[in-house]
Design a protein around this ligand. Sequence first.
Ligand code: TYM
Length: 339
Amino acid sequence: MRVVSGIQPTGKPHLGNYLGAIRNYVKLQDEAHDAGGDCLIFLADLHAISMPHQPAELHASTLEMVATLVACGLDPARSVLFNQAQVAAHAELQWLLMGTARMGWLNRMTQWKDKAGKNREGQSVALFGYPVLQAADVLLYQATHVPVGEDQKQHLELARDIAQKFNSDFAAEDAPVFTLPDPFIPEDAARIMSLRDGSKKMSKSDASDMSRINLTDDADTMAQKVKKAKTDPEPLPSEPAGLAGRPEALNLVSIYAALDETTPEAVLAEHGGQGFGQFKPVLAERLVSVLEPIRDRFVELRDDREALDAILARGAARAREMGRPTLDSAYRALGLVRG
Ligand code: TYM
């Protein structure tokens, strides 16, 4: 079992990142540890430069993201925690895979289409090639489980396509260079939506801070955001079918269910018939009870820059070791001479 996943260190991590991905990093870290496998979680700082960015901000938010991940339960002694920029093999393997990835495949990526909008000509080449780096991230380590939210599913399917084509073009059938990775997507929290608009996903890049719960928000801010969350005037139904056509209500019920690790059915069995005036304070209370301990640990860890740097340096050294055999095989398979 080899668990691999990444998170961009841009902006503040939010509830969607936590319920959709980070919580599963921690679960799989423990499963991998018990099964004698490995868990590698990295900060996708190389991905972060595909969009305009402020270098000083990227530097600071990379260290803050390490503190957040540790606060969420990632244990640097059990997981390999690092940033891409310290492991050159990610960028090297991306280049090796560029010969295999097809323009048509990348053109179909919905994230590329959404981020580029009508201005494709004005985008960086890195934004277009972004999914190839993501493929390199997981293929480098022969990942078997990749915990992600729903929005990354298409990128992982592309990683499988790239691996399959590379293996069939350059490797013997009984000795593939790459393992085909499987996405590990939670059932209920795969897509947490904005608190201001139930049709948009909760996102670090949304201009409105009221659209998301940041893992670093204090209890009052969280409660305030839940109170102000967009809803409709109807009370909650007693069954999930009654949430059809009510995206904001569905989102709040899904968040509650995910926080409690239960199902929307169970939440509605208990809270059906309540108006949002009654439901929101209970939701806010749940949210605070899950996230406040994380925030407290984050506050303790964030200022110890030396300790955070040391975690990344140690993780990177291990990741370099773990990625070397696959990188060497990829060079060899392509016929490249390296002395
Ligand atoms: P990023 O940084 O946008 O998000 C990190 C993780 O959080 C999940 N996520 C969500 N889940 C549920 N609801 C939401 N509203 C929500 N928003 C984000 C994402 O699905 C992701 O799992 N390209 C990736 C980073 C990456 C990566 C990789 C991931 C780079 N290389 C290799 C896996 C494997 C990204 O930008 O995620």
